[in-house]
Design a binder for this molecule. Sequence first.
Ligand code: TXA
Ligand code: MG
Length: 331
Amino acid sequence: MRKAANTVPEPMMQAFNSEDITAAAGIIAAGGLVAMPTETVYGLAADSTNDAAVARIFDAKGRPQFNPLIVHVSGPEMARRHVTFSPMAEKLAAAFWPGPLTLVAPRRADCGLSLLVSAGLDTAAVRMPDHPFAQGLIKAAGRPLAAPSANRSGTISPTTADHVRASLGEKVDFILDGGPCAIGVESTILRVDGDRATLLRPGGVARKDIERVIGKPLEKPGGARIEAPGMMASHYAPNAAMRLDAGAQRDSEAFLGFGEIEGRDHGLNLSRAGDLREAAANLFRHLHALDRMAAANRLKTIACAPVPHEGLGEAINDRLQRAAAPRDEKH
Ligand code: TXA
Ligand code: MG
């Protein structure tokens, strides 16, 4: 089965096997990881509505930080269920989807996407890939798929199934082999804020082609809001102050526990079992909830139990440190 929208050169395309797609969709539904070809690079896909599944992506990639991930959708309709599209976003999607353009837009109040997928931000990045395997998988899974490039963090992005195998090996539950990726560089990322479009990452769609569609120059990231990919200062910071590596809760604190170190009241635990993947899956949700709890109870500080630095603990600690940084270092 081949779709008209497919831009991958035909001789390179592996046969579309609907049994493989069905098997892969079952793995996604069970919270597993599937490497899927897109027109840009292979993505390491998981259910974007499942915090635990998204945490597995970070674990498999060995990411030292939680960067927000791109959510792959079947089209504008699926995107609009989770983010708000301004007329500018609609225009860009109409012009470039399916294709290598990612749009960062505000999460809806009833957004079903994991908070971890947004790394705690109030926006989410969405794109409609131009590849029959990726499209087939999203449709079979019936939900949007979070997918960063399917390689270990800090290594070269994979454009063949062999690259994925070599980089991730056993860490991925299933690899859909769609042959080499036609474009080979990641998507262009735009933040769309009302009628303003800001280039966050150059990629598969050229700036001039975007500017022709929107009829004005793209804005540069910077100024008061630091928002370029990887610039973690843009990430969620609670209103309450944070106290890290807290051995016990003090009066007038909310408490984020880990393992056996728990708060007495106004507390949540990242993982009673001390499981770092579970902790990652809960991190942003718990920070949001504790911030609300602190405000409701007039508590000025959220104290956090120590979290070990191994595995995903490195990313969790990175995130906690950024949330705790002096407020004038953030916007
Ligand atoms: O071509 C691509 O875009 C590939 C394929 C697999 O689709 N995906 C990809 O995803 O490159 P990833 O996760 O490696 O890149 C995500 C980038 C990160 O640099 C992240 O900072 C940025 O997108 N990003 C994601 N959500 C964002 C948000 N809400 N605000 C700002 N930047 C965001
Ligand atoms: Mg990457």
